[in-house]
Structure formats: structure tokens, C-alpha cells
Write a protein that binds this ligand. Sequence first.
Ligand SMILES: Nc1nc2c(ncn2[C@@H]2O[C@H](COP(=O)(O)OP(=O)(O)OP(=O)(O)O)[C@@H](O)[C@H]2O)c(=O)[nH]1
Ligand SMILES: [Mg+2]
Length: 301
Amino acid sequence: MSPFLFSLVKDKYQKIKKFFSFSLTQLFSTKLDADQLERLEELLYMQDLGGALVEEILNEIQIFYKKHPNSTQEDFIVWMKKFMLSLFHLKLEPLPRQYPKGALVLVVGVNGSGKTTTIGRLANYYKNDGKKVLVAPGDTYRAAAKEQLSIWAQRAGVSMVESPSKDPSGVIYEALQKGKNENFDLIIADTAGRLDARVELMRELEKVIRTAKKLEPLAPHEVLYILDATLGQNGLDQLKAFIQVCPVSGICLTKMDGTAKGGVALRVQKELKIPILWIGLGEGLDDLQPFDANHFVESLF
Ligand SMILES: Nc1nc2c(ncn2[C@@H]2O[C@H](COP(=O)(O)OP(=O)(O)OP(=O)(O)O)[C@@H](O)[C@H]2O)c(=O)[nH]1
Ligand SMILES: [Mg+2]
């Protein structure tokens, strides 16, 4: 990456909320005692880390302190960064992922998480990377959804498949066909927002996948789940329910520029082991970045 591009990426990651803010300065300024551990526990919970991970960190940090009783606050921060980075076990995978020609990326998630916005920005990203991109308005549930995607397609300068079908499977099937006939590199399909409780919508998603496989046995090449990071524990619960019925292969973490806490990303890695592929750091066309675990962890401190 050129130094110019690198500084742009770094700049956007600056929008991520700091993990400890000033509170950390009160910690580890003296010996690690029961009071300090309690304070640390509180801070970790406040960051949406959840019980299991908080407990693990507290245990590990005590082991570390037994081994290195003269540790300073800086040593603690170094330890913490290393621990967090170790959770991103898939971090060595080069991102963005490379797909075969004509691949289908199916974008899924709950209402309002940022699916359509993300598709616009993914289209923009891949187009700038020299790819011929087609988007598919697979959200036939909401009347305005197609219009919204079409605006994003125009903004990104990519094509959108026009289909009269009211059935998402039909729209996506047509997109795959057009993709083959007109030599597109990548097809990115929108879907209706759904909660796990909406059984009929989940069935619809199963049908989309089944239908796509008729034309292209390896499709979808990616099922990208859009996770609104501001939802914290709720968002994680929704994702857990979702993967019971749909094979999610990657995550895009949106709205990390706002009040979202970084703990969600760490929990997704720890508990679900689904790789985070993209991170959304704003509402603009270029506010989506391939996820970078190193930058992410650095930006939390
Ligand atoms: N700040 C911020 N806002 C975002 C980000 N990603 C999406 N949004 C905003 O989230 C809102 C919802 O985005 P949509 O793309 O319409 O979400 P959706 O999942 O398609 O919603 P439905 O189609 O209604 O299910 C919009 O106002 C977006 O601008 C992000 O990374 N940061
Ligand atoms: Mg949408």
C-alpha cells in the first residue's frame, strides 16, 4: 500500500472509539490489586466484551503479573494488544478476498444494519479495482429498496440488473445469468432485512441459495453478514440465531465510526470464529475498508 493510501486508512480508523479512554491511566499506576482488577473488569464489561472473554482476560493478566511483578502500565497495554490480536486467528488471510469470475456475494442481515449502503461501497471498491460489477436488487420486500440500490449503483458507476420478478430468487437468478452472458466479474446481491423470528424470510433466503446453485453450483461464493456494531450484545444474539439457518462466511462490521464499542468485534472472533472482512467507518462511498486486525487493535488504544 502506498504511504498516501496508508495514511487515509489510518485516518478512518481514528474514528473508532477508544477502548479505555482516560480511565486506564488510573489503572496499573500502582501494583495490580483486587481493587484494580475490579475496576478493570468493569471497564471491560463496558466495552461489550461479555462474560467469558472478560474472565479470560482477568485470569490471563493475573498470570502475566505473577510472572512479571514489576510490569508497568505500558507493559499492560502491550500485553492487551497482543491478546486482542491473538483472537483474530484468521488475520493472516489476505483481504479483500479474491473470487472466481462471475462470483456471487450475497449480502444478508437484519433491518437497517447497512446492507444496501455496504453493497454500494463494495461495488465502488471492486470497480476501482478494475472489476466489472453487477448489483442485484434482491430486496423485493420493501418498495423503496430497489430505488435505493439503484442510486448507490449510479454513485458507484456499476450496473444493476433490471428484473420484473417479485421473487428474490428470480432476481438473483437473472443476475447470475446476465453475469455469465455479459462477462461480469462480480455479482453483489441485496436481500431484505430479516430477524431470525421471520421464518418466511429465512425460508426465502434458503430458496435464493438453492436457486443460485442451479445455475452455479459454487454460488454463493460469499454470504456476507452485515453486523451493526452499535447493537452490541443484541447484534451478536441476532447473528448467532442467523447462522443456525444460513451459512454466513464473512462479516462486515458497520457503524464503527459512532458509539460502537470494539468489544463486539473481539467477541465475534472469540465466540463464532467467522472472519471480519470489511469495516464501515462512515456513511460515504469510500468509508468501507477491508478489515485490518492490526489497525483495528491499535485504534482501540
Ligand atoms: N455512521 C455509519 N452509518 C452507516 C454505516 N453503514 C451504514 N450506515 C447507515 O445505516 C443506515 C441504514 O443503511 P441501509 O444500507 O439502508 O441498511 P439496510 O440493511 O439496507 O436496511 P434495510 O434495507 O431497511 O433492511 C443508513 O442511514 C446508512 O447511511 C457506517 O459504517 N457508519
Ligand atoms: Mg436495504
